[in-house]
Design a protein around this ligand. Structure first.
Ligand SMILES: *Cc1c(COP(=O)(O)O)cnc(C)c1O
Length: 956
């Protein structure tokens, strides 16, 4: 029996009760692993791995670890300080009913939320199908030919669309014209993004001047459809004007409204963006939600984000995978046009399922009901003598109340109702799926109706006669086949059964930190006090979020050694961007705006150069030496050469090579001497927490990835949170948020002031339950697990880079390039063969082509590490048989991996290895069977299909 099980209960400290669940190996397991590497203690390992000159001298000042129950109770108290009002604010965020079958079986289901980004397509067919449904939903409703698989939020989607227009439009202008009635947060993010690129955001003061502005040179224009305050304009003329100037017209739109209105693709829009939040995703104080982007066919090869496409597998069967620019930042680096890496997959899956559940008629009915109630509200307000700003409406009315706006808004608050304060004299009201006739009656009473008003729910919508949708949408059978809950439940289950997520096996992806996402961390995210808050609700209703934000920021400061943190960025890439903006603004504030050179080592993650490019910086690459460390001589030369213009260096620590570089302190000092700042990419923070703090060893700015180190699940490729952390003198340059009443030198980088607020409770719970010593223990175990794998695999697969003593940090790069020469087997073949053994592959060919980067994390127990090691060793034996000439180079279990059950059940079997050998995994009853064989990427890119194909494709 395992010794841990025999320990008397009294020996178990309550304070580390959760840490013992989060950390995989037990104390005896740890002793066994240390013996395997010839070490006496964990302490000895850490001393051998972490350079002495950066080690933390004092423990982190965090509250003592709480049990799962106590932490939940404490968080409940914080949550209860949020007050859930009925919000009629609109402005891009609406009440919605999340179907229970979707909430329970997707949002709360680890088979969905613990999955990774679908780079390994063969084990991701379920989520890829859901994303293809999402793309089909967006394409159908917008009437555009191509849509991507999600964007971070509507405002950043609009900014990405502006950038897409700038590089694709024929016009030579730097002017981007924005209609005055777009969502204010969108305008703010556009301004933040345009400024470093030198683009001019023109904001005409009213509708008429906007149309005149389109007669001047511009490269793009943005309109909101319906407009932020509720008007439904016919934009055909605007599109024609933009096209006459070889500019692109971008429409920000609302998918629900498009069930009733002519879609932008039918009136000339070139790019369409928006947010799918109201399709079943709670407001959550601003996120996470899946935004989207669709474009005309001619733009598809420059579309940012990820695109799911249909291809075929080795057996000729249809199979899905990420198409085209899948890892654009990695391939194009500083020439990349967008830095989006983690996006919003889980919310996109939910929105797609909402459409599958309701179907086209259901969606239209919901929209129709909202439009009728809105018309009834508008009628009632006019009957009371109020003038409305617009005669048209879908779900929003803007009311002139010159004498009474303040009084009405105050009365509304007393009744538990939030209205939008559009101006001193105007109030906005937006209805949604959750609105009822009783709500309309209440609203009318707030505006002075004395009698209980009679609401005619069949009032004709105020949609102009010429602006009615005639075209069909969602005609694919998937949107017609799962309308009973039984069918829906089984559809969701059938998709998740196709995928490998953390609920089945270890996902040892280097640089991605796929650790436990504990259930107690997940529970609070659907509490109504967190879920049903509008991001622009008054601050006194968001006290709970304010406290959560403050505590989490304090703790992250303690952990990183920085002075302040902003949680606004929606992913690591956005944190990078915000951090570089801070550095840029700091230089400018000192009259040093010419400092625009950003040094980046050749081993960096592709988002680093892409973010620098988006800040208008010039990337200069610094070489790495033979040990994979930054070449200090080259760095010195580049600092000297660019001394007057040096803005910063971006390093990753420990490096993307999985090594603690000894010279990090002198490196930081060198850059500082030349007037530059040091950006430390915090993606590898899981190797540092509790041991060393970037803010203390020379870093000036870092981003963290809460979806890596701090337990927010990857959700199949998002949501994420990418806090940006800065040193004291950079604090004034953290992103502000004017739309939320917090203007700053640097404007908003996300639509919502707290970014993806609704998932912050996950990281709060993690830190609260681990405490300082639990967190440090986790870091040490992450390093232990990585070194155990390295030692056990070193004879079969040498580790490419190591520090002094041969130790690695929290991940190790296995070098498969020599095997390729002797056997023809590539790292990709091994990655695919691991699927047969029931594993998700490690990171493939990053940062070094032809290698696998393994990061086990602290959460994997010894049994799972050994199972992975055994699979890797078995695969090495198979490679040996190829090297020995037993199996041909082109027909062996690796080249043909992964094997489907269908292949092994065929009567004919012509391979030189047996079916049993093909299966890999020895316990067939427990084996994961991939639904498709190896996928042909090239075929899919040549014949690009990015919406649900005609059903015959599946039947053939
Ligand atoms: C994951 C990662 C990023 C990007 O973070 P996202 O959250 O995916 O945007 C940046 N740098 C490194 C080293 C990473 O591993």
């Amino acid at each position: 029996m395992n010794q841990r099980l025999q320990a008397p209960l009294s020996q178990l400290h309550e304070s580390d009760a959760f840490a013992r669940r989060h950390i995989g190996p037990s104390t005896p397991d740890e002793a066994h692993m240390l013996r395997a590497m010839g070490l006496a203690s964990r302490q000895a390992l850490i001393e051998a791995v972490v350079p002495g000159n950066i080690v933390r001298q004092t423990p982190m000042d965090l509250p003592p670890a709480a049990t799962e129950q106590d932490a939940l109770q404490e968080l409940k108290t914080i949550a209860s300080r949020n007050r859930v009002f009925k919000s009629f604010i609109g402005q891009g965020y609406y009440g919605t009913h999340t179907p229970g079958v979707i909430q329970r079986n997707i949002l709360e289901n680890p088979a969905w939320y613990t999955a990774y980004t679908p780079y390994q397509a063969e084990i991701s067919q379920g989520r890829l199908e859901a994303l293809l449904n999402f793309q089909t939903l967006v394409c159908d409703l917008t009437a555009m030919p191509v849509a991507n698989a999600s964007m971070l939020d509507e405002a950043t989607a609009a900014a990405e669309a502006m950038a897409l227009a700038r590089r694709s439009a024929g016009a030579r202008s730097d002017v981007f014209v924005v209609h005055p009635d777009v969502h204010p947060q969108t305008l703010e993010v556009l301004r933040t993004r345009a400024e470093p690129m030198g683009w001019c955001v023109a904001t005409p003061s009213d509708h008429a001047t906007f149309l005149t502005a389109l007669a001047q040179p511009h490269f793009g224009a943005l309109v909101q459809y319906p407009s932020s305050t509720g008007a439904i304009y016919d934009w055909r003329e605007a599109a024609a004007q933009s096209h006459a100037h070889q500019a692109l017209l971008i429409a920000a739109t609302d998918l629900l409204a498009l069930t009733l209105l002519p879609p932008p693709g039918e009136w000339g829009a070139d790019i369409v963006v928006g947010n799918s939040q109201r399709l079943g995703m709670p407001m959550g104080a601003g996120g996470p939600h899946a935004a989207f982007m669709a474009c005309q066919d001619s733009l598809k090869r420059s579309l940012p984000g990820r695109l799911v496409g249909v291809s075929i597998d080795a057996q000729g069967a249809p199979a899905l995978r990420l198409a085209l620019q899948t890892r654009e930042q990695h391939i194009r680096r500083e020439k990349a046009t967008s830095n989006i890496c983690t996006a919003q997959v889980l919310p996109a899956v939910m929105a797609s399922m909402y459409a599958v559940y309701h179907g086209p008629n259901g969606l239209r009915d919901i929209a129709q009901r909202i439009a009728q109630l809105t018309a009834a509200l508008a009628q009632g307000l006019e009957n009371l003598g109020f003038a409305l700003r617009h005669s048209t409406a879908f779900d929003t009315v803007t009311v002139h109340a010159p004498d009474s706006a303040l009084n009405i808004a105050t009365r509304a608050l007393l009744a538990g109702v939030n209205l939008r304060k559009v101006s001193e004299s105007e109030l906005g009201i937006s209805l949604d799926e959750t609105s009822t006739t009783a709500d309309v009656a209440l609203l009318l009473r707030l505006f002075g109706a004395e009698q209980p008003p009679v609401i005619d729910a069949a009032t004709p919508p105020r949609i102009p006669a010429g602006l009615q949708r005639r075209s069909h949408f969602l005609t694919h059978p998937v949107f017609h086949s799962h309308h009973s809950e039984t069918a829906m439940l089984r559809y969701i289950r059938s998709l998740s059964d196709k995928d490998l997520a953390l609920d089945r096996c270890m996902i040892p992806l280097g640089s991605c930190t796929m650790k436990l996402n504990a259930t107690s961390e997940m529970i609070p995210i659907t509490w109504p006090e967190f879920a049903h808050i509008h991001p622009f609700a008054p601050a006194d209703q968001q006290q709970g979020y304010a406290q959560l934000d403050q505590q989490l920021r304090d703790w992250l400061c303690t952990i990183t050694g920085y002075a302040d943190v902003s949680l606004q960025p929606n992913a690591g890439s956005q944190g990078e961007y915000a951090g570089l903006l801070a550095i840029r603004a700091w230089h400018a504030s000192r009259g040093q705006a010419q400092r625009t050179i950003c040094l980046i080592p050749s081993s960096a993650h592709g988002t680093n150069p892409a973010s620098a490019q988006m800040c208008g910086m010039q990337v200069v690459v610094v070489a790495c030496d033979a040990q994979g460390n930054i070449d200090m001589a080259d760095l010195q030369a580049k600092c000297k050469a660019h001394s007057d213009k040096l803005a910063c260096i971006m390093i990753t620590y420990p490096s993307t090579h999985g090594v603690f570089e000894d010279a990090v302190r002198p490196l930081c000092e060198l850059v500082h001497q030349h007037g530059g700042r040091v950006y430390v990419d915090g993606a590898n923070m899981n190797a540092l927490v509790g041991l060393a703090a970037p803010g203390a060893f020379g870093g000036d700015v870092s981003h963290l990835n809460l979806h890596k180190t701090f337990c927010i699940p990857h959700g199949g490729g998002g949501p994420g949170v990418g806090p940006v952390c800065v040193a004291q003198d950079l604090v004034p340059f953290l992103p502000g948020h004017a739309a939320a009443g917090k203007p700053a030198v640097v404007g908003a980088v996300s639509a919502a002031p707290y970014g993806n607020a609704a998932v912050l409770p996950i990281s709060w719970m993690y830190i609260r339950m681990m405490g300082a010593s639990g967190l440090r223990h986790a870091t040490e175990t992450a390093i232990l697990n990585a070194n155990y794998i390295r030692v056990r695999l070193q004879d079969a697969y040498p580790t490419l880079y190591a520090g002094p003593g041969g130790f690695v940090a929290h991940e190790c790069i296995l070098d498969l390039r020599p095997l390729k020469e002797s056997s023809g087997i590539t790292a990709e073949d091994v990655a695919k063969r691991l699927i047969d053994y029931g594993f998700h592959a490690p990171t493939l060919s990053f940062p070094v082509p032809g290698t696998l980067m393994v990061e086990p994390t602290e959460s994997e127990p010894l049994e799972e590490l050994d199972r992975f090691i055994d699979a890797m060793l078995a695969i090495r034996t198979e490679i040996q048989r190829i090297q020995d000439g037993d199996w041909p180079r082109e027909d062996n279990p690796l080249k043909n991996a992964p094997h489907t059950a269908a292949q092994l059940l065929q009567d004919a079997w012509s391979h030189p290895y047996s079916r049993t050998e093909a299966a890999g995994h020895k316990q067939l009853a427990a084996k994961y069977w991939p639904p498709v064989a190896r996928i042909d990427n090239v075929h899919g890119d040549r014949n690009l299909v990015c919406t649900c194909p005609p059903i015959e494709a599946y039947l053939s």
